[in-house]
Design a protein around this ligand. Structure first.
Ligand SMILES: [Mn+2]
Length: 325
């Protein structure tokens, strides 16, 4: 795919880009630069400010801010790399720009369940990988050599691995993942500093919003087994909500011993974003697919609802009761 001279490569990642989306995209682009190709990274909408500091984050184009430039680049692309998602619907407004180019080869690098196979010419889809950044590390090592990974690439890849595993505490923590982390430490990445930038650089409003979410807004039901936090746009405005501020909120209820499934319902313009987390065998990927037109991983998934907040909360609770039966 990359043979025969320099290629124009467009790297795209999912709506509401997270640490893994940015980390894998930036590192993959740097590898392509190093091989003499021309790479552009695009995401559908803004990324949270606690990822602004990432090396090379300024090379990420946000589609909503420069749609003409991106549409033009998408048409010129020889190859379109889709990182950290596997369903074109996750690109939201960017989908049409990609699909306007019917000649480009499409490459998938991802770790989510159930890829839309027909959409891609070549797929590196490893659903038991803890992050796309981990897969990208392995691919760069194979194609360009691990020696081509410098400190900045190591830093962005580490951000992806760290954020997608909840700071190395969720599943898929393989011995090889830690070997890769060891290799990144040898590149000179500064883990305490990365931790500080990602987890301890919040605004006061964000921390107060967390308090509000876990105080008055956290609902525990189904004999303590399930939790729900709902936040309307009005409430978010009160805390000067900025995108990314609610990142991680959905995990907190799972720190209660009895809670097996947790949901965050976030009002967002025309619909409600449903984020789901679970522990053990509770399969929120199946739950999201069945009830909220979404999907993801077994213990972390998402979906959406076009009903009102009250209706969505009722529907979620009813679905949980049915699902747990
Ligand atoms: Mn990921």
């Amino acid at each position: 795919m990359l043979a025969g001279g320099p290629k124009n490569v467009l790297i795209v990642s999912h709506y509401n880009p997270d640490g893994d989306a940015l980390g894998s995209s930036i590192a993959w682009a740097r590898m392509l630069d190093g091989l003499g190709h021309h790479a552009m990274c695009v995401v559908p909408n803004n990324f949270p400010h606690f990822l602004d500091w990432m090396p090379d984050s300024s090379r990420i184009r946000v589609y909503t801010k420069c749609s003409d430039e991106v549409r033009e680049a998408a048409l010129k692309a020889d190859i379109i790399c889709c990182l950290d998602f596997n369903n074109p619907s996750r690109l939201e407004g960017l989908t049409a720009a990609i699909e306007a180019n019917i000649h480009a080869r499409r490459l998938l690098i991802d770790h989510h369940l159930a890829p839309s196979d027909k959409y891609f010419d070549l797929a590196f889809s490893y659903t038991d990988a803890s992050s796309t950044s981990y897969i990208v590390y392995k691919l760069i090592s194979r194609f360009a050599g691990a020696h081509t990974i410098d400190r900045d690439m190591g830093t962005v890849l580490y951000v992806g691995m760290m954020t997608d595993t909840g700071n190395f505490s969720f599943s898929f923590l393989t011995p090889d993942l830690f070997r890769v982390v060891a290799a990144l430490v040898e590149k000179g990445i500064d883990i305490p500093w990365i931790n500080y930038k990602v987890y301890n650089s919040y605004t006061e409003e964000r921390v107060r919003l967390l308090g509000y979410s876990l105080g008055p807004k956290m609902d525990i039901f189904e004999k303590g087994r399930a939790a729900c936090i709902s936040l309307t746009e009005k409430e978010l405005r009160r805390f000067r909500f900025k995108q990314g501020d609610s990142e991680g909120f959905v995990n907190y209820p799972l720190s209660i011993e009895t809670v097996e499934m947790s949901a965050l319902l976030l009002e967002n313009h025309k619909f409600i974003r449903v984020s789901l987390r679970s522990r053990g065998d509770v399969d929120v990927n199946a739950f999201a697919r069945r009830y909220f037109d979404g999907g993801g991983h077994r213990n972390a998934a998402g979906g959406k609802s076009t009903d009102s907040m009250e209706e969505t909360v009722v529907r979620y609770k009813r679905a949980v009761t049915e699902f747990f039966r």
